[in-house]
Design a protein around this ligand. Structure first.
Ligand code: HEC
Ligand code: HEC
Length: 359
């Protein structure tokens, strides 16, 4: 009696895997998937929308950036190939955020088609600047499944930015076309350039809308700043969602995001600030809010007390470090000439080091 051989099934499995893997790189669908809004249109209008979209944005095999006369085709295809390889499993071939790996992630991979991005250097409601997307791709979104691609050469990351923009603009243009089809029951040829402008206008505008701090960043944050920040955190409404200790364990801390998923303010003490841990990143989160989420912008509320914004930044930085007990706070931006430095104990935070009375 010979022992049952596993070589056969194994070889089959390995061949299958190899085919599947090379398959995902080579097999691009003929068409981008349509949004549910377009799917619902009567057949004739739906076909018209798809035709106009393909004329201006191409297909996965032959993609075209919206509104660019003579695109650098090699650059576009390079972006497409990198995207297929590194991003599509999460963000989807069409940029709908519904790649095969997406279903169980929290937060979900971005659905680019709404044109809404969270981590921007622009005011609330504005588009991101190109540099913002490049930064997100380079740095990733710490604390979520969005990885960092800093090891890719910059040219490749630039090509990825352009491909993300291609999918985003395509998605926004698709929405415009679908709305036009719904309300007008036809898409007149002369309205198309206007719709393209409506999509691209805010992107062009965003490039010059970078948010600069109202007052310069202090050279370092002192315990007094942290204490003032804590006071503001408790009195300006932050604690309502983030909790007094920044851990987000409050009843109010649940909402829906612009993509229809449940969302909540992440634990600020986790040490993983999604939007970046530089003071300017946190400053912009507070001033401009976070697009598509319940996090509001505090520009109007705080513009008459601009120093408070930096105090809040100091407090958020302090809170985001409390879990690393025993680890010295970074040399900058904290000043180390206090007895507390080096001992950041969560238990001692509420009434300890950071209260205004006992700095
Ligand atoms: C393992 C899954 C995964 C992969 C792979 C992935 N992403 Fe993401 N990506 C995410 C998640 C999750 C988010 C949402 C993070 C959040 O909402 O805080 C995201 C968000 C983004 C955003 C939006 C950031 C913002 O400001 O709103 C961009 C842009 C992005 N990813 C680009 C890419 C690109 C380009 C690639 C490939 C080079 C890629 N991602 C690969 C999971 C992934
Ligand atoms: C209505 C609820 C709400 C209020 C009020 C609120 N936040 Fe938020 N905050 C959120 C949510 C939700 C997020 C997470 C958004 C996301 O990334 O999905 C967030 C995110 C943040 C972040 C980004 C964290 C990161 O990972 O990068 C910071 C910093 C922050 N909030 C600070 C503040 C401060 C300071 C205040 C008060 C001035 C405040 N928040 C008020 C809901 C709120």
């Amino acid at each position: 009696m010979s022992r049952p051989s596993i070589a056969g099934p194994c070889a089959v499995a390995i061949t299958f895997l190899a085919v599947a893997l090379t398959g995902c790189q080579q097999e691009l669908p003929d068409h981008f998937a349509s949004s549910s809004q377009v799917e619902k249109l009567p057949a004739e209008l739906r076909e018209q929308v798809v035709r106009i979209l393909e004329e201006h944005c191409g297909t996965p095999r032959a993609p075209r950036p919206l509104g660019i006369e003579n695109p650098d085709e090699r650059h576009v295809l390079r972006g497409r190939d990198l995207y297929q390889f590194y991003c599509a499993q999460c963000h989807g071939v069409s940029g709908d955020g519904a790649g095969p790996a997406a279903a169980y992630m929290y937060p979900r991979p971005r659905d680019y088609r709404k044109g809404i991005f969270k981590f921007t250097s622009t005011p609330y409601g504005a588009k991101p600047r190109r540099a913002d997307l490049l930064r997100t791709i380079t740095r990733g979104v710490p604390g979520t499944s969005m990885p960092s691609f800093r090891l890719l050469p910059e040219r490749d990351r630039e090509a990825l930015v352009d491909y993300v923009l291609l999918l985003t603009h395509r998605g926004e243009f698709e929405t415009q076309l679908a709305m036009e089809a719904e309300f007008e029951e036809e898409i007149a040829a002369d309205v198309v350039p206007e719709l393209i402008d409506r999509v691209l206008g805010p992107w062009r505008a965003a490039e010059s809308q970078e948010v600069h701090p109202l007052t310069p960043q202090p050279p370092e944050f002192t315990w007094q700043d942290i204490a003032a920040g804590k006071k503001a955190f408790l009195t300006k409404g932050c604690a309502k969602c983030h909790g007094e200790d920044g851990r987000g364990l409050t009843a109010e801390n649940i909402g829906k995001d612009a993509w229809g998923f449940a969302t909540k303010a992440a634990d600020l003490t986790s040490g993983l600030l999604h939007g970046g841990n530089q003071p300017i990143d946190i400053y912009r989160r507070i001033v401009s809010g976070i697009n598509g989420t319940p996090m509001p912008g505090f520009r109007n509320a705080l513009q008459n007390e601009p120093d408070t914004i930096w105090h809040l930044v100091a407090y958020v930085l302090y809170v985001s470090d409390v879990r690393r007990r025993g680890v010295l706070p970074p040399a900058a931006p904290f000043r180390r000439d206090t007895p507390e430095s080096g001992k950041l104990d969560l238990a001692s935070t509420p009434s300890g080091a950071a209260t205004p009375d006992s700095p």
